[in-house]
Design a protein around this ligand. Structure first.
Ligand SMILES: [Zn+2]
Length: 488
């Protein structure tokens, strides 16, 4: 292209040094001084838990779009909320023809994910979310297999599997002489239901990494963990708890993670030691993964959770929310897999934990990274302190109670504090779908792009990786460096 440049913007801003920013990349293709195309890659949100109140939703900084240039295309690497949850916020800035490009794997669950944006809104707000979600669905351009597509006239792109979760992909866009790569979240090891990301075809070797996954950039321990061993350890701990006659709760993300746990625990015969159950959103997304409906490349594999009971099916006519859980809990000797993935706030785990926390034989088994400020972090910290000091430690959560009726009487909901002693076993199996620190560095070093934008990690993660990559990647761009302009 004559006289052309690309300007790479990153709109995600961190709300604290520890947090990853919501992913949102913008690629402006500039010809003769004017923006010809504006392409957005991912648009996520993060949630900030606030004690005693609703979570605050944290969005990217959209002020760039006030320049009036409309968005010509939106590319979605995967549908985790931190990459996709704010996509409807782009609607006012999109051109009439702009499409939302996503894989079949992503599209299958996209509308379920967006529905969550209606939680906590009034009637009018819910109507608006429904309308906006419909707009995203209408604009969807569904990629049915990996390969090359023309995103916009003269802009071919490679859509390639990224591992991580079902439907996850990377995008490599060809602009003039440059091949510009947006990795999304990456995982090269196999997980239940999805094979690891295959290498990019050599002819698509990127010149620029515009979007990267630096999740474990400051975590050298991530290199010591062996994925398969984590599963074996977690499974063994669960069996021991069941053999003690007690129960297990596994907080797991709804998307992919809970299906993976259900599948692996079924394979490992956990059901022979006690009941194995899924609850809440974990049921919905496991059901979808069992159908195979979102498969878009040969690395997508069947999830089998046919022997795992669904809690919603246990609700008998007229039973109230919580009662049947109570019955299951009272009968004991079960394993429950459910949200919230980090143990709360939110999700049915907040109901299950009250039966487990005070039981010295029970096990709470976290299925991955647990962020600061979550209920899971409180449980882990309390268990650590207890084990170090021998003292009994209590933990207090802020819990949102919904309005409900009991014997015909309305019981008003609201925020309450719940306090429990942490007596149970608490453990973590790290079965997340991201590359370890070392493998992330290998990836940078193998492909050695001319320029790389470090993204999707804490301040410390980005700084740690930058320290290693100085001198390896000629142009390294960090969180505070502003837009990156390159000749195309
Ligand atoms: Zn992700």
């Amino acid at each position: 292209m004559a006289n052309s440049k690309v300007v790479l913007h990153r709109l995600g801003v961190r709300n604290s040094p520890d947090s990853i920013e919501p992913s949102c990349g913008v690629m402006d293709v500039v010809e003769n001084g004017a923006v010809k195309y504006r392409i957005v890659i991912d648009c996520g949100l993060t949630q900030i838990p606030l004690p005693g109140g609703p979570r605050k939703l944290h969005y990217p900084d959209f002020s760039l779009f006030n320049d009036g240039k409309k968005i010509d295309a939106v590319l979605i690497t995967h549908v985790h909320a931190d990459h996709f949850g704010a996509v409807t916020k782009l609607l006012p800035f999109m051109s009439r023809e702009a499409r939302v490009v996503m894989t079949k794997g992503s599209f299958t669950v996209a509308m379920h994910v967006l529905k969550d944006n209606a939680i906590g809104l009034d009637k009018a707000g819910q109507q608006r979310v429904l309308f906006e979600n419909g707009e995203i669905s209408r604009r969807a351009l569904i990629i049915r297999k990996p390969g090359e597509v023309e995103i916009l006239h003269g802009i071919p792109a490679l859509v390639w599997p990224a591992g991580h979760i079902q439907g996850a992909c990377s995008f490599t866009l060809k602009v003039g002489k440059l091949k510009i790569h947006y990795a999304g979240d990456r995982c090269t090891h196999d997980q239940p239901g999805i094979k690891g990301a295959p290498p990019l075809p050599p002819e698509w070797r990127p010149d620029v990494f515009a979007g990267t996954d630096c999740t474990y950039g400051a975590d050298p321990d991530s290199d010591k963990r062996v994925y398969r061993d984590e599963w074996d350890r977690g499974t063994e701990l669960a069996k021991q708890a069941l053999l003690r006659g007690s129960s297990v709760a596994v907080p797991a993300f709804a998307l992919h993670r809970s299906a993976a746990v259900a599948h692996m625990f079924q394979q490992a015969g956990i059901g022979d030691f006690g009941r194995l159950l899924l609850d809440g959103k974990a049921e919905l997304y496991t059901d979808i993964m069992e159908t195979g409906e979102g498969h878009w490349w040969p690395g997508d594999e069947a999830i089998d959770a046919t022997e795992v009971e669904r809690v919603s099916e246990r609700y008998m006519g007229g039973a109230e929310d919580g009662e049947s859980r109570y019955e299951i809990a009272r009968n004991g000797n079960f394993t429950i897999v459910t949200t919230a993935g980090m143990g709360g706030p939110g999700g049915p785990f907040t109901q299950w934990r009250k039966f487990l926390l005070s039981d010295p034989d029970a096990l709470i088994l976290f299925s991955g990274y647990v962020a600061p400020d979550t209920d899971g972090a409180k449980i882990l910290a309390a268990a650590r302190e207890r084990d170090a000091t021998g003292n009994e430690i209590e933990v207090t959560f802020d819990v949102l109670k919904r309005d409900r009726t009991h014997k015909g009487r309305l019981i008003k909901g609201g925020w309450v504090k719940e306090t429990y002693p942490v007596k149970c076993h608490v453990a973590q199996m790290r079965i997340g779908g991201h590359e370890s620190r070392g493998k992330t560095l290998d990836w940078f070093q193998e492909l050695r792009p001319q320029a790389a934008v470090l993204a999707h990690g804490s301040e410390a993660s980005l700084a740690s990786l930058a320290g290693e990559l100085r001198g390896v990647i000629p142009l390294l761009h960090g969180s505070h460096d502003g837009p990156l302009t390159l000749d195309a």
